[in-house]
Design a binder for this molecule. Structure first.
Ligand code: NAD
Ligand code: MG
Length: 342
């Protein structure tokens, strides 16, 4: 494999133990980073906006909570874990004025650095430690003695030791137990956006909706359509996760496997790949980032409209009723955990 992968023996935990860390934001990633680092013997404080809903939670979990400005001033490694669209504002108002030479600015996603919304002052390390999993998994795996793999990248190596610091932080998170892959802010940002847009979120959602529409418009019952184009997706994805597309094809019937070969390329065509390239282009040239940030600045009007439209798709109502049949499928009613990501 070409990628460089670091494990426990490649990282020195004492480096991050010798620094003071500010975790800015206490959402999905923030909680996991703060708790894992604390359990790894790292000095952690949390930076939150004055009226933040997360404040009580972080305090109840035993953390010292400060304003973002205070936490930045108090610490020398500042990990920004607020939603990507507010990072530039938080940075300009509260972080930048409190950065000192020798500090390190850390991210879990490269968006704001890659697209130039945040520019660090001279003398400050800029690095990324991006776990490849949601926060609750990062925490759960750490507690069981394992870890979630992560990516590390260094954008600015002012100290000359930014990568050692990032690897040490990754070890504190438990990520070096699983493996930490070296990348760049550009590669992480562009591939992350592409993956979620073309395949994982955008591609899969559209595929499911079209499949559901095709069956229901042809007169089949929505409940049956839901099972066939949505519910069973998890079983397929689990198999792919375990053993690649080959294991999924091995596990399903020969009828399904043959249909996969002859019909898959009729549905997702070479034209789709051309569209994927267009999506990638818009990511690379900043068009997507600009559209997202402009809409956010405009009260997220387009975003909220699209969200409402998605929630109104008939498959959502069908799915809500059908999922009640699965007694073991006890998903928390409020899965949002108070954060903006839903
Ligand atoms: P989140 O929405 O779960 O939490 C963000 C937290 O930021 C909130 O809980 C709140 O405490 C705080 N916050 C919000 N507005 C603020 C403000 N104006 N000032 C100060 N604090 C504020 O976010 P998340 O999913 O943990 O994402 C954080 C970062 O981690 C992002 O860069 C994201 O791309 C990255 N990331 C997320 C995941 C994931 O699975 N969620 C995985 C890898 C990387
Ligand atoms: Mg400081």
């Amino acid at each position: 494999m070409a990628a460089k992968i670091f494990y426990n023996d490649d990282a020195d935990l004492s480096i991050i133990q010798g620094r003071s860390v500010a975790i800015i934001g206490y959402g999905s990633q923030g909680q996991a980073h703060a708790q894992n680092l604390r359990d790894s013997g790292v000095d952690v404080r949390i930076g939150l906006a004055e009226g933040s809903k997360s404040r009580a939670k972080a305090e109840a979990e035993g953390f010292t909570v400060m304003t973002v400005a205070e936490a930045t001033a108090d610490a020398d490694v500042i990990m920004i874990l607020t939603p990507d669209q507010v990072q530039a504002q938080v940075y300009t108002q509260d972080i930048e004025p409190n950065l000192e030479e020798g500090d390190a600015l850390f991210f879990a996603h490269g968006f704001n650095i890659r697209f130039g919304y945040i520019q660090a002052p001279q003398g400050v390390d800029v690095a990324m430690v991006a776990p490849k999993g949601p926060g609750h998994t990062v925490r759960r795996e750490y507690e069981t003695g394992r870890g979630v793999p992560a990516l590390v990248a260094v954008e600015v190596n002012a100290s000359g030791t930014a990568q050692e610091l990032a690897l040490s932080y990754a070890k504190g998170l438990g990520a070096t137990r699983a493996g930490v892959i070296e990348t760049t802010f550009t590669e992480e940002t562009e591939t992350d956006l592409f993956g979620e847009q073309a395949v994982l979120c955008g591609g899969v959602s559209q595929l499911i909706q079209y499949g559901f529409e095709t069956l229901t418009e042809a007169g089949y019952q929505p409940e049956i359509a839901y099972f066939e184009v949505c519910h069973e997706l998890k079983l397929i994805v689990d198999l792919i996760n375990e053993g690649g597309i080959t294991k999924q094809r091995w596990s399903c019937s020969d009828t399904a496997e043959y249909g996969d070969y002859v019909s898959g390329p009729r549905v997702v065509t070479p034209e789709t790949k051309e569209h994927m390239n267009a999506v990638l282009n818009d990511i690379q040239n900043g068009t997507f980032a600009q559209r997202f940030m402009d809409d956010q600045a405009n009260g997220a009007q387009e975003f909220l409209e699209l969200r409402a439209k998605g929630e109104a798709h008939p498959i959502e109502a069908t799915g809500r009723e059908l999922r009640k049949l699965f007694s073991w499928n006890k998903v928390q009613d409020d899965y949002t955990d108070g954060s903006t990501q839903r």
